[in-house]
Design a protein around this ligand. Structure first.
Ligand SMILES: Cc1ncc(COP(=O)(O)O)c(C=O)c1O
Length: 386
C-alpha cells in the first residue's frame, strides 16, 4: 500500500467517546439501559421529532418501520435501484416485493415520475433514499403517497443532518431511519435509529425490536421493574447496547460541527474541480441542506481515455481510497435473476454506475488531504484526457 494512504472513510472518535464508554463499562450496565434512553431523547431533540427508537443498525430500523406500517406478504414496496442492499432486503423479509425504480440523472435520487409509473394495486409503501445526504424530491413523493394512500419510510442512512425546505430529515415521512455504521456522519460502531411522530408505530417498533415483549424489558431487572413480561408477537433482537449509545451521545454533540467540516470540504472540492470538464461535481438542489455523507463525482467518459474502474485503481496507486455508491440493485445477480431486471430497465442508474466515484470526505481529513485529492484527480485527468 502507498505509504501515506488516505482511507476512503474513517470515524472521528475523541476522548469524550472513550471516557463515556469506559464509564459505561464501569457502571455495570452494558446492554440497553439509561444510555440508550438518553441517546434516543437527545436524538429526538436534535432532529425535532416526537419518538426515536434506537436499534443496532439502520437495516433493523427499516425492517421494524415496514412492519409498523403493516407491510405484509404479497405487498409491493417501491425502492430506488440506486441504493445499498439493506433498503430492498428488508422488504423481502416480509415476503413482499421490492419494486425497483430508476433515479434522476443529476441527483441519483429516486425519480418521482418513474415512481408513479411503478404503482400498482399491491403497492403499500415508498422508501426514498437520500443519496449521499441530499434529500429526495419529498414534495412530489409525499403528494404521490397521499394520492395513492402509501406509507413513506425514508432511508436516511446518509442524511444526518440534512434538510428539505428548512425541515430536518426525520420530520417529513411516516418513519425515518438513520444509520450509525462506522463510516456514517456520526457513529456508534454499528447502530441505527427510527424516528416518527406516530406513538403507535413507535411502540410497535419498540416491542418488535425486543422479542415482541410487552414492556421495557430492561426495567425488569432494575428496582422499578418486575420479573413479569408477555410476548405479544414473534419479534426480533435489535436492541442497541448502552456501550454503543455511550459513543452515540458524544458523537451527536459533534454532529453539527462534523457537518460544517464536511460542507467546507465539499466546497473545496467543488472549487477544485470547477475548471475540469471531465469531472462532473455533485448537483445540489436549491431546496436542500446536503449532509455531505458522500461526495460523489461523475466522470465524463467522453473526455477521458480511461474508464471509472481504471480511474479508481490509479487513485489507489496514488494512495487515495475511494468507493462507488452504489452498484445499482438491478445489476446484482439476485435481483437480475429473481425479477428479470436488466441494465436497460433503469437507464439512468445504469449510465451513472459506469461514471460515479465517491471521494473521501470526513472530519478527520485535513485541508491538505482534500487538496491532495484535488491535485491527484486533476493530474490524472490531465494525463488521460482525450
Ligand atoms: C442507503 C443505505 N441504507 C441502509 C444502510 C444500512 O445501514 P446499517 O449498516 O446501519 O444497517 C446503508 C449502509 O451503508 C446505506 O448506505
Amino acid at each position: 500500500m502507498h505509504p501515506g494512504f488516505l482511507p476512503f472513510a474513517m470515524p472521528d472518535i475523541g476522548e469524550a467517546e472513550i471516557e463515556s464508554v469506559v464509564e459505561t463499562l464501569r457502571s455495570g450496565w452494558l446492554t440497553t439501559g439509561p444510555k440508550v434512553r438518553r441517546f434516543e431523547e437527545d436524538f429526538a431533540e436534535y432532529v425535532g421529532c416526537q419518538h426515536a427508537v434506537a436499534v443496532n443498525s439502520a437495516t433493523a430500523a427499516l425492517h421494524l418501520a415496514l412492519g409498523a406500517v403493516g407491510v405484509q406478504e404479497g405487498d409491493e414496496v417501491l425502492v430506488p435501484t440506486m441504493t445499498f442492499a439493506a433498503t430492498a432486503e428488508v422488504v423481502l423479509y416480509f415476503k413482499a416485493r421490492p419494486v425497483l425504480v430508476d433515479c434522476r440523472p443529476e441527483t441519483l435520487n429516486l425519480d418521482p415520475d418513474q415512481l408513479e409509473k411503478a404503482i400498482t394495486a399491491k403497492t403499500k409503501a415508498i422508501m426514498p433514499v437520500h443519496i449521499a445526504g441530499q434529500a429526495c424530491d419529498m414534495d412530489r413523493i409525499l403528494e404521490i403517497a397521499s394520492d395513492y394512500d402509501l406509507r413513506v419510510i425514508e432511508d436516511a442512512a446518509h442524511a444526518l443532518p440534512a434538510r428539505y425546505r428548512e425541515k430536518m430529515i426525520g420530520r417529513i415521512g411516516d418513519i425515518t431511519c438513520f444509520s450509525f455504521y462506522a463510516t456514517k456522519t456520526i457513529t456508534t460502531g454499528e447502530g441505527g435509529m427510527a424516528v416518527t411522530e406516530n406513538p403507535e408505530w413507535a411502540e410497535r417498533m419498540r416491542i418488535m425490536g425486543l422479542h415482541g415483549i410487552s414492556k421495557d424489558a430492561w426495567k425488569r431487572y432494575t428496582a422499578e421493574g418486575s420479573w413479569y413480561y408477555e410476548i405479544l408477537y414473534p419479534g426480533f433482537k435489535y436492541n442497541l447496547t448502552d456501550i454503543a449509545a455511550a459513543i452515540g451521545i458524544e458523537q451527536l454533540k459533534k454532529c453539527t460541527h462534523f457537518w460544517e467540516v464536511r460542507q467546507r470540504y465539499a466546497t473545496l472540492y467543488n472549487e477544485g474541480f470547477q475548471d475540469v470538464p471531465a469531472i462532473i461535481t455533485p448537483y445540489v438542489a436549491p431546496e436542500v441542506q446536503h449532509a455531505w455523507h458522500l461526495y460523489v463525482i461523475q466522470l465524463d467518459l467522453e473526455r477521458l481515455r480511461i474508464g471509472r474502474n481504471e480511474f479508481i485503481a490509479l487513485l489507489k496507486q496514488e494512495g487515495i481510497g475511494t468507493s462507488v455508491h452504489f452498484i445499482p440493485l438491478h445489476l446484482h445477480p439476485y435481483y437480475r435473476d429473481t425479477f428479470g431486471y436488466g441494465p436497460a430497465d433503469f437507464p439512468h442508474a445504469s449510465f451513472a454506475f459506469e461514471r460515479i466515484v465517491s471521494l473521501p470526505i470526513y472530519p478527520k481529513m485535513t485541508d491538505a488531504d482534500v487538496q491532495r485529492v484535488i491535485d491527484t484527480v486533476r493530474s490524472l485527468v490531465r494525463r488521460y484526457r482525450r
